[in-house]
Design a protein around this ligand. Sequence first.
Ligand code: EPU
Length: 420
Amino acid sequence: MLEKLMVVGGRPLRGTVQISGAKNSAIALIPAAVLAETSVTLDNLPHLSDVAIYTEILTDLGATIDWNEDRMTIDPSQMKPLAMPNGKVKKLRASYYLMGALLGRFGEATIGLPGGCNFEPRPIDLHIKGFEALGAVVSNENGALHIRAKELRGAKIYLDMASVGATINIMLAASRAKGLTTIENAAKEPEIIDVATLLNSMGAKIKGAGTDTIRIEGVSELHGCRHSIIPDRIQAGTYMIAAAATRGDVTVDNVIPKHLEALTAKLQEMGVHVYEMDESIRIVGQPIYESVDVKALIYPGFATDLQSPMSSLLCQAKGVSVLTDHVYSNRFKHIPELVRMGAKIRVEGRSAIIEGSQLSSAKVRATDLRAGAALVIAGLSVMTGGITEVSGVEFIDRGYENLVFNLSSLGAEVWRENEE
Ligand code: EPU
């Protein structure tokens, strides 16, 4: 049964919220465990639908998984590179990491082209070029990629774009290739470092993760280990924006403040008060915000995943803000929904031009994960009260653990209802 979120506006969020482990790390670390011959334990694992689907996929491939609270142990010793052309892999964008992981461990993978949040076409040509550079032969048959290599050999790979997915996928395969692989123009997101840290604990030899050149010396075998997942910077950023938008006072706890610097700087520029501690950030909202221009860029720039939530906050700034996404050209499916709530926004090319306005409650639909977060924030910030109905909660469940519980404990009135 599909559900919708009912969000009452006008209540400032107050209190402390604990941030879980990072979704975009978790869904790369789980397939990375496939490369080991013995058990890998992941701590600080978020409870998310994408994580649940991934565990089902690995179980179908022969892994034994024990998931208890925020800890998961994956025993990949009995896994087989079975073909997965359809079904569960289509529900998840990050199923593409099975390509690199199975290729590295078994020299072959047959995986259906990924699904996930389709806010725009998201090609994986750079992943494929990377596998080919390592010596694999790749063919597309009826929407599934068949990837085979007699032997993976290290190579020098230059990425046309600093793609998160391609960087991680190549690291996965190359960690068991023969010889040295160099990835130039690699993505630098914190999740890349997290994956490299896990792989190194498994016995891989990866240097330079977090810079634009990553060097991977292949090894013949990887073993199990225990690893704690980094905090989810996007989830943290979403609560920070929600706190500002409701003129609240919220501390987000269990975060790495450095990962949120670009957002912190923008919030401060708007006039929000932000206090950084060692592992937490406190946001104190203010009555009036200045308009700002925001450019979503690759890390350490402003995260594209926070672009949609940020657009809801910018509706409350006086004057005109320009929000441009340099990572995705058309990640603006939430804008028509915000306009239904009274926002004054027009999209021009890669930019949303946002004029300050009073939002009012409405029935709106989330069509992807971060669009959903944007609409929840907009609903919370309707100053005149009223209930905003956000349908498409299944998208939000992909990336926000315990959203209703967390918002309620911060004083919001939010609940789930079945969709008629
Ligand atoms: N691109 C290509 N070819 C490729 C790969 C990417 O043209 O082979 C382009 C994409 O179309 C896009 C840009 O390069 O314009 C960046 O894409 P990237 O590969 O970095 O994104 P991704 O790995 O598919 C991950 C996150 C996204 C996040 C982006 C950017 C996962 C599973 N997804 O996607 O997260 O937006 O990095 O940081 O890790 C989300 O969490 O809501 C989400 C969509």
